[in-house]
Design a protein around this ligand. Structure first.
Ligand code: G3P
Ligand code: CA
Length: 284
């Protein structure tokens, strides 16, 4: 089945366009998704948040200021209010070298707009972002995935830092393949590395087979950072250990080709990148 094929594909290398081709154009915009899709990225990555009136939108931050001219928490606003915002000027101001009039009119996108545009021609890597701020986001997401027939057709992965959010997704539909995100950081107290399973076992000691098996009970993969304040925090052993426990390993967010190459040499199953073009060129 297409879903089985998707799971099989996870064993090979996946190019994950982080918020679309967000190194080139405004993140999470239609232009960013179009570009990543045109270049042949395997997955379009988006962070999903819920509006005050229950719509799902693609937006990374909990607050509006960085990537729009709005103010306050995104989930305090209705979709109509969010649609009135300018989600482009910040990009041209922050990256004048990449500024382009073509981005004018950039809007915050709904998940339905994304699905309507790319449908079954793309794969989607969707994060339940800040689920504690977006109660009900899991049910709203599963409803849309089912309505657009994205699950049985092997079109979607759902990712979260919050284990609880992933488990809620599975309670609603346990065919949806899940990715547990982790934020791996060096310990403050000693030289041991820490894994922070946000919201579940904060400050758990260095990752063990037991941790990984517990994740493999519900997830098909692990999404991890690779650097913490410029310092490398994962290595080939970590990647192998996760894979030996049945988990695909996807690393975020890797933008320079030296690090891409190193992680590929270490055998990762995929990379999240703002520059899918660079990564595709490297693997070709
Ligand atoms: O979803 C993987 C990676 O995107 C997690 O970090 O903050 O970019 O959503 P963030
Ligand atoms: Ca994300």
């Amino acid at each position: 089945s297409p879903l089985e094929q998707q799971l099989k594909d996870l064993a090979s290398f996946q190019v994950i366009a982080h918020r679309g081709a967000s190194g080139h154009v405004p993140e999470s915009s239609m232009a960013a998704l179009e570009l990543a899709h045109e270049w042949g990225a395997d997955y379009l990555e988006l962070d999903i948040q819920m509006t005050a009136d229950g719509e799902l939108v693609a937006f990374h931050d909990d607050t509006l200021e960085r990537t729009s001219n709005g103010e306050g928490h995104i989930n305090d606003h209705t979709l109509a209010e969010l649609k009135d915002l300018d989600a482009e000027a910040w990009f041209n101001d922050t990256y004048p070298d990449q500024a382009d009039e073509a981005f004018m009119g950039t809007e915050i996108l709904t998940l339905e707009e994304v699905f309507s545009r790319f449908g079954q021609n793309a794969r989607y890597y969707l994060e339940t972002k800040s689920p504690q701020l977006n109660p009900g986001v899991e049910a709203a997401l599963v409803k849309r995935l089912e309505a657009f027939d994205m699950i049985d057709t092997g079109r979607v992965l759902v990712q979260s830092f919050e284990q609880e959010s992933l488990l809620k997704i599975h309670e609603l539909n346990d065919d949806i393949p899940l990715i547990q995100l982790v934020w791996y950081s060096p310990s403050q107290e000693d030289s041991e590395r820490l894994v922070e399973w946000r919201g579940t076992t904060p400050g758990a000691p260095d990752i063990t087979d037991e941790h990984l098996q517990a994740v493999a009970d519900y997830a098909v993969g692990l999404g991890s950072n690779y650097r913490y304040e410029g310092e490398q925090v994962i290595d080939e052993t970590f990647i192998r250990q996760a894979q030996d426990n049945g988990l695909a390993v996807h690393i975020y967010t890797v933008n320079d080709t030296d690090h891409m190459q190193q992680l590929i040499d270490w055998g990762v199953n995929g990379l999240f990148t703002d520059y899918p073009d660079r990564l595709i060129e490297l693997i070709e």
